[in-house]
Every structure is written in C-alpha cells, then in structure tokens.
Design a protein. Structure first.
Length: 308
C-alpha cells in the first residue's frame, strides 16, 4: 500500500472515508467493500484518513487511540488497499463546507467512481457531509455511493467508541470479538527497580504509551510477544502503590521464562482483567497476592486451552 500525506491527481478510484481507529470488524467491511469494487472494475482502491483524530483539533483533546498510526495503516494495508491518503486535520479542512470538501478535495483530485463510508461517517462544517449528502451528489460528480449499515456482534454495535469504553473499564474479553484481535500495546523493555526480582517475580517493564487508550489499572492475563515468539504471562498496569512510582508502568511476569530482554521491543496483548491495583501494607503481603494472581492466571490459560 502506497502512502501519501497530501492529495494528488489520481483519478478513477474506489475510495472510502474514515478514521478507522482500531480497524475493527465494522471498519473491515467498509475497507473490503472498497477493495472489492476496485477489483470488480479493474481500478485501484484508496482510503482517505487523518493522522490525528479530528476531535483532537476541534475540541483540543489529547488522543487516546486503540492503535498507533503505524499499526492502523498496517491493519488497513492487510485489507488490500492500494493507496492511503493520510492527511493533517487542520484549519484547511476543519473550516471547509461539506460540498467544497467533496468538490475541491475529493472529486477534483481523485475523481472517484465509488465512495464507501460507514453509516455514521460525516465531514465538513457542522458534519453536513453524511450518507444522505453523499447520495445526493452521486450523479453530479459521477460516483456511486455505498453506505455500510451498522455492524453488530451479540447485539452490540461495533464502534471505536464502544471498544475504547470497554478497554478503559478493563473489560477485555468482548474487545477481542469487536476488534477481531486482542487489544495490545507495544514498547521497549526498560530497567525497573528490580523489586519483582527480589520477590521471585521478575518482570519485563515498559512505559505505557501515552497516546494509546489506557485500561483500568490492575492485574491482567496477557500474551507477550518477543522476537516473534508468544508466551503466557501476567501483567500489572499501574503506579505500584506499595513501592511508589510516578510513571504508569506495564510490568509483565512471563511464566517459565528466564532470558535477558532489556532494550527489546515487545507486544503485550490483554486477555482478561483479574483485579484492580491495590496498595499492600508490606512487600510480603504483595508477594502473597502475586502467588495467588499467578495461580489464577495460569488456571485461566489452562481452561482456555481446554476449551479449544
């Protein structure tokens, strides 16, 4: 997939519009429809998206994404798109009327033959550019519009905002069904204060990425990926209230593992939340709880393996 940071003259495309945070199961339907229309008509496909979520600009919000920009583009590329236009959402776009955006940005440059969006996508001042708007101007601009209806799983609408809500509550199990994979974070292993090692629970620690939505603080069953290999583990996300820490760290104790992985890049996938973070009166009390946590997480993985 070729990536452009501004629109260029690239006519006769099948395009889709959206931010696609997480590239969840609903997004995949939009992306696949775009690719299928391109293949059926012997043309190329493209996605038009933004580096930062429009709300970061419009409401001066700090981003809290499901995945990083790099991973979002990688997940989009897996759906088979030929091009990605990754634009800056700034005053040049924020203050444009929907009609002018469609005419001067999209149709003038890309002359799309097909436009696909989700049912709730909007653009332009006051969100005037919605599905009915795109349907209205089909014949004037010579494209055919496809609106993807709401996609649900177990009667839950699949949306990025719903997924973010579940993650922030620590409710990881439904997240994997809506996303199509487990929620994960990536980071480089840093040196901690080695208290875990002292308690016979050595951990691989990463600083939690600031732009990614943060789950509820606490203990989780996780899968950790190192150099392409996957291991079962338990992780604590928090500020270590028993020993005190200012930064939010993700500390992962990998079962049956004893290798030096400092400075390695790792991926940690969240499976299930076991408890909230609590402050213990002593390191001994913390160790007793860690033994219980380890057994509970191991039982969870054993049961999961038994179900497959």
């Amino acid at each position: 997939m070729k990536i452009f940071n501004k629109l260029n003259y690239n006519p006769n495309l099948s395009i889709c519009l959206g931010f696609f945070d997480g590239v969840h199961e609903g997004h995949k339907v939009v992306l696949k429809n775009t690719v299928n229309l391109a293949k059926q008509n012997g043309i190329n496909s493209a996605v038009i998206t933004f580096k930062e979520h429009p709300l970061c600009y419009l409401q001066n919000r700090t981003p809290r994404y499901i995945v990083s920009l790099e991973d979002r583009l990688s997940l989009i590329a897996k759906q088979g798109l030929d091009y990605a236009y990754v634009l800056d959402f700034d005053e040049n776009i924020a203050d444009v009327l929907a009609f002018d955006y469609l005419k001067d940005f999209i149709c003038k440059n890309l002359k799309p033959l097909f436009i696909t969006t989700g049912f709730n996508h909007s653009f332009g001042v006051n969100k005037q550019g919605n599905s009915s708007f795109l349907r209205t101007y089909q014949s004037q601009f010579g494209y055919k519009f496809y609106e993807i209806p709401p996609i649900t799983f177990n009667n839950t609408l699949i949306s990025s905002s719903k997924i973010r809500q579940l993650i922030s509550e620590g409710n990881m199990e439904p997240v994997s069904e809506l996303l199509g994979e487990n929620f994960y974070v990536k980071g480089r292993v840093v040196t901690g204060n080695r208290i875990g090692r002292m308690l016979s629970f050595p951990t691989a620690n990463i600083e939690y990425p600031c732009e990614i939505i943060r789950p509820q603080l606490g203990v989780y069953a996780v899968i950790i990926e190192i150099d392409g290999k996957k291991y079962q583990a338990m992780a604590n996300l928090g500020k270590k209230p028993t020993v005190g820490s200012q930064k939010i760290l993700l500390e992962t104790h990998i079962f049956d593992f004893n290798e030096n992985i400092y400075d390695k890049d790792i991926k940690i996938s969240f499976m299930k939340n076991f408890r909230k973070e609590v402050r213990f009166l002593s390191l001994q009390e913390l160790k007793q709880q860690l033994i219980k946590d380890e057994q509970a997480v191991k039982n969870y993985f054993d049961k999961k393996r038994g179900n497959h």
